[in-house]
Design a protein around this ligand. Structure first.
Ligand SMILES: *Cc1c(COP(=O)(O)O)cnc(C)c1O
Length: 334
């Protein structure tokens, strides 16, 4: 195992830097999941962050780590989801100009949401890739600074603060369940948790539909996967074929990867709603879903579940928690 680009010291520095700007999300006992599993289960409620997801940690840390000259040039990113919201909010809080590049296909309510958080939405192209090209042009030609969603040391260190708080609040934790997409969250959380508690197990959880990190781990290198509609939309997308930070860290630090089908993800959302009164997006309910379906190997007696976000279409959410069997792949076709 080679030295990783993000260490416990980096995560501690990030924690000091973002203090007061990001919520120290509470870690609350889950009576329902504890009863169901026989283990003591606690939920880290990252969905309470002001933007609705933990990604505020990484974005805030990355912007705060810039030099004054860099901040004066402004920041850019390309994200329709929680990362775009996080960059918009963090930049506005810090008085930095932010441009979030989005494709023409992004729904109007998402664009309005980004603008409401204080960023400029730049509509460019017909795909996420084309929107990404515009963000790169802003970097090349206008000197803006790109804030990537996961594959950057300052972003990973920022996400790692979630794990640092977790082991501070619960030093005896044995297993941590982490939703897994590009792996910025898992890399940071695992680096913090394993530095403080080497015996702890880190379980990454993705959807079976287009799990880019799981396929890349199998192949031994970053590979592309076809994106498919999923209830866990915030876990979709690739890990970057030129991945420099998150892939190697996840490869070295993760103990198990669990893949869930759409029904299992919906079960997790329903359980968190009915038993814990939490509104979660699909990508945030995967930890609970993996526990409910008995998919976590050797969970031990103390299990922490990261409940990462609540950015969900409420009409879709209502259908799911009312018991409807929703398959977004079928709906996308009509
Ligand atoms: C981005 C995101 C994840 C996954 O984080 P990665 O760092 O990309 O692995 C999990 N849950 C939610 C709600 C997210 O927005």
């Amino acid at each position: 195992m080679t030295a990783h680009p993000v260490t416990l010291q980096d995560i501690e520095a990030a924690h000091a830097r973002i203090a007061g700007r990001v919520l120290r999300a509470p870690l609350v006992p889950s009576g329902s999941l504890s009863e169901r599993t026989g283990a003591e289960v606690r939920l880290k409620l990252e969905l309470l962050q002001p933007t609705g997801a933990f990604k505020l940690r990484g974005a805030t840390n990355a912007i705060l780590a810039l030099t004054d000259q860099e901040r004066a040039r402004g920041v850019a990113c390309c994200s329709t989801g929680n990362h775009g919201r996080a960059v918009a909010y963090a930049a506005a809080q810090l008085g930095v100009r932010a441009v979030v590049c989005l494709s023409r296909l992004v729904p109007a309510n998402k664009i309005a949401g980004i603008e409401r958080l204080g960023a400029e939405a730049r509509i460019h192209g017909r795909s996420q890739d084309e929107a990404g090209e515009e963000a790169e042009r802003l970097v090349r030609e206008e000197g803006m600074v790109m804030i990537p969603p996961f594959d950057h040391p300052d972003v990973v260190a920022g996400q790692g603060t979630c794990g640092l708080e977790l082991v501070e609040d619960w030093p005896e934790v044995e297993t941590v369940l982490v939703p897994l997409s590009g792996g910025g969250l898992l890399a940071g959380v695992a680096a913090a948790v394993k530095a403080k508690r080497p015996a702890a197990r880190i379980v990454g959880i993705s959807m079976a539909r287009g799990p880019a990190m799981a396929k890349s781990l199998e192949a031994g290198r970053p590979v592309a996967v076809a994106e498919q509609p999923s209830l866990a939309d915030s876990l979709g997308g690739g890990i970057g074929l030129d991945n420099r930070v998150s892939f190697a860290m996840v490869r070295d630090l993760v103990d198990q990867v669990v893949l869930l089908d759409e029904r299992q993800i919906a079960d997790g959302m329903r359980w968190l709603y009915r038993e814990e009164q939490l509104v979660t997006e699909g990508g945030a309910a995967v930890g609970a879903a993996a526990l409910l379906h008995g998919l976590v190997e050797r969970p031990g007696a103390r299990v922490a579940v990261l409940v990462t976000g609540r950015t969900v279409d409420m009409d879709l959410f209502t259908r799911i928690v009312s018991g409807e069997d929703v398959d977004l792949a079928l709906e996308a076709a009509v």
